[in-house]
Each structure stands twice: as structure tokens, then as C-alpha cells.
Design a protein around this ligand. Structure first.
Ligand SMILES: Cc1ncc(COP(=O)(O)O)c(C=O)c1O
Length: 397
């Protein structure tokens, strides 16, 4: 607690307003009202603009009217039964991933923790990308398996680890993300899938930031890379981003899903997904599939943002420019100062500071949305460039 308080107090002493826990007055999309002022908003995962869509809200309200707010007033689906909306959502998600079956959980983070914790054990090995989400690392820790991180997106580094350690372990799980949220880049899925087959391992792909973002129709990284989705053993996703709800899921073989349904603690000992959340995710998925222009608009916006940011001489790292673009600034202080100056200029963006990224890699992270206009993006880059130049002038004087 003391360490945390020291860091927080240092920020306050430098006159930097705390950029976290900002209160939004309404729906946060391409724009958001904060404290009564409208901002161009790059800090939400409303990638294709479905959060706030009246059809999604109507589906949630209808589910409340039919089933109530809670799935079962707090018992698990196994103990107190299901609602048809659970099965409908799971069938739609399974079809989306071209998988046999799917199971939903009440949180994306909890999905990774409980599924990895249940699937792997002390004799096993978990290999994951160094930039993997915290929920995967926590699940790996819970499982007691040996855990090795390989260099980001480096298939050859993963191969070296497999060659060196495969023989000493029972099962081996390789975990990657479809679209990395800190850098906005993607793995070469086909090559990872081939590697995993060669070494008799399992491949798990976290699609939290891929659904609705990657591929011509937003199907995810398999569509983007032109890879047969059945080459991935475990698809994981969240409902909290493109699908404008809350919760997580696993899609894969029916045997796997059936086993998780009966054994994974985060499912068996936790409440079922609330009906309005299941209904809003299902309606969002239907709208995503029926309105592919949303994905095209998001990707065009991200490409424009990336091009203008580069033109303005910002370091955008390895971003593919499909939905997420970082502006890498180096020090945490610089990132915090630029975020504060951007906010002054009407642009809401979150700084990512040490220890979330190594010091030297602090950044502002821009989540694009289909709702952004060309003018929003042009103005935001202009605000950022002016803020950067203003900070440089201040430092020089
Ligand atoms: C890659 C990844 N996996 C899992 C999660 C957890 O999902 P949720 O926030 O829906 O619990 C996140 C959340 O940001 C994420 O980025």
C-alpha cells in the first residue's frame, strides 16, 4: 500500500491529475461526455459502436422483463437451471468461431483464470507470449504448471522453448492473443498453429480484441490470417468489448466444453450470466454479422489514425492499424503529461505507464471506433502534436 501511495503522491506533486476512474456521463463511444464536456474518446472498447445501440438496449430490456435481472438470483446454472438465452448465445458464439460448442462465464478475466487453472496441472507446461493478458498469467499460476513466456510474436522463440522443454512435460498449452491490446499487432496464426501441431501441444487464442475488429467481417484473427479456425483448440473471448455486454466464453470441441461445464470452478461455483447481458451480447453479435460496414468503418478509421500519427512523427510501434494504435513516448512522466494535455484539448485517451509496460515503453493507447469521424481523428492528431510540441518548448525554456 505504501508503494502505491508513494507513486500516486508523486504524480500529484508533479501536478498531474489522476487520469483513472474518470466518470462518463452517458454512453462512451467515439465521443463521450465527461463532467459535462464532450470529448473525442479513445478509451473505450466500443469498437463497432454497438454499445448504446437502441436494438441492443431493447434486447436487454426484453430479457429483464422475461427472466429478471439475475440468472437465478445467485446460484449456478448447474445447480438452479438455465435460461434459453444462454443456449442461444452459446450456439451463436460457437457458430461464429466455426466451433462445435461454447460455454459462457460471468467475466472474461475469470474465464481465463478458471479454464487454464482447470485444464493444466503441475506436470504440464504453459508457453505464452510475453505480452499476454494478466488473466492468462493468473490462470497459469493457479494451475501449478511450469510457465515460460516467449518474446512477443516470436514464433521461433516459441519453437526453441518447445524443442527444449516439450519432452519433460505431460500436456503443453501455447497461449497467444489474436490482437494485442498494448501494441495493436497480431500473431502469424497459421505458423503458430503448425508449430503447436508439430510439438503435440494445444493452442489457445484469446480473441478479446479481435472479435468485430479483425477480418473482413470481424470474425477475428482466423479470418484476418486466412486460417482454418479448427486448427485452434481453444478459442477464448470476452463479451465486454465489441459485444457490448460483460462476460467471457470458451469455444471449441463439444467434449472440452461439456467437461468445463461440469468441472470448471468459475462456472460450477459461480452464477450464470445475467439474462440482460446474455441478450445484449447475442443482439450485438447478430448486428455485427448483419452490418459488416461497421467493421470496414472501424478499420478505415484505424488506418487513417495510424497514417496521420506517423505523418506527425509519432512512434506507433508495430501497430497493424486495424483497431488499436499506441503512441509510444518513453517515460511514464511524458505519457502522463501528454495525456493530461490531450484531455485539456478535448481528447480522452489513457496513458499506459510503468509497471504495466516497462519504463521506457510508456504510451498512450488509442482504441478506435466505427463511430469516430474523419474530423475527430484529424483534430485529435493535431491536438496531440501541438501538445507534444508545447511540452518540448516548456522543457527547453
Ligand atoms: C486479452 C484480454 N483477455 C481477457 C480480458 C478480460 O476480459 P474482461 O475485461 O471482459 O473480464 C481482457 C480485458 O481487457 C483482455 O484484454
Amino acid at each position: 500500500m505504501r508503494d502505491f501511495e508513494t507513486m500516486r503522491d508523486a504524480g500529484a506533486a508533479l501536478g498531474i491529475e489522476n487520469p483513472y476512474f474518470r466518470q462518463h456521463d452517458g454512453v462512451a463511444g467515439g465521443r463521450s461526455s465527461i463532467g459535462g464536456r464532450s470529448y473525442v474518446n479513445f478509451a473505450s472498447y466500443n469498437y463497432v459502436g454497438l454499445n448504446g445501440d437502441p436494438r441492443v438496449a431493447a434486447a436487454a430490456k426484453a430479457a429483464v422483463d422475461r427472466f429478471g435481472v439475475s440468472a437465478s438470483a445467485s446460484a449456478s446454472r448447474l445447480a438452479s437451471g438455465e435460461r434459453p438465452i444462454h443456449a442461444e448465445l452459446e450456439a451463436a458464439l460457437a457458430a461464429h468461431h466455426r466451433a462445435e460448442a461454447c460455454l459462457t462465464f460471468v467475466s472474461g478475466h475469470a474465464t481465463n483464470v478458471t479454464v487454464i487453472g482447470q485444464l493444466m496441472g503441475p506436470r504440464d507446461l504453459i508457453l505464452h507470449d510475453r505480452l499476454i493478458h494478466n488473466s492468462v498469467a493468473e490462470g497459469a499460476r493457479l494451475s501449478g504448471a511450469r510457465r515460460i513466456a516467449f518474446a512477443h510474436n516470436d514464433r521461433e522463440a516459441a519453437e526453441r522453448e518447445l524443442a527444449a522443454h516439450r519432452g519433460r512435460h505431460g500436456r503443453v498449452l501455447v497461449v497467444i492473443e489474436g490482437h494485442y491490446s498494448m501494441d495493436g499487432d497480431l500473431p502469424d496464426l497459421g505458423r503458430f498453429a503448425a508449430l503447436v501441431r508439430k510439438h503435440d501441444a494445444l493452442l489457445m487464442v484469446d480473441e478479446a480484441h479481435s472479435i468485430g475488429v479483425l477480418g473482413a467481417t470481424g470474425q477475428g484473427v482466423a479470418e484476418q490470417c486466412g486460417v482454418d479456425p479448427s486448427l485452434v483448440d481453444i478459442w477464448m473471448g470476452t463479451l465486454s468489448k465489441t459485444l457490448s455486454s460483460c462476460g467471457g466464453y470458451i469455444a471449441g470441441q463439444r467434449r472440452l466444453v461439456d467437461w468445463l461445464r461440469h468441472t470448471s470452478p468459475g462456472f460450477v461455483y459461480s452464477v450464470g450470466l445475467a439474462p440482460p447481458l446474455a441478450a445484449s451480447a447475442l443482439e450485438s453479435l447478430r448486428l455485427l454479422q448483419g452490418e459488416p460496414w461497421r467493421v470496414a468503418r472501424l478499420q478505415a478509421n484505424a488506418a487513417l489514425f495510424l497514417r496521420l500519427a506517423r505523418q506527425a512523427r509519432f512512434d506507433t510501434g508495430t501497430s497493424a492499424g486495424l483497431g488499436i494504435v499506441p503512441i509510444i513516448l518513453g517515460s511514464s512522466l511524458r505519457a502522463a503529461q501528454l495525456a493530461a494535455a490531450a484531455f485539456e484539448g478535448g481528447v480522452n485517451v489513457q496513458p499506459i505507464l510503468f509497471p504495466v509496460v516497462p519504463e521506457g515503453a510508456a504510451r498512450l493507447r488509442f482504441f478506435l471506433s466505427a463511430e469516430h469521424t474523419t474530423e475527430d481523428i484529424e483534430r485529435s492528431i493535431a491536438v496531440l502534436a501541438a501538445a507534444r510540441d508545447g511540452l518540448a518548448t516548456l522543457k527547453a525554456s
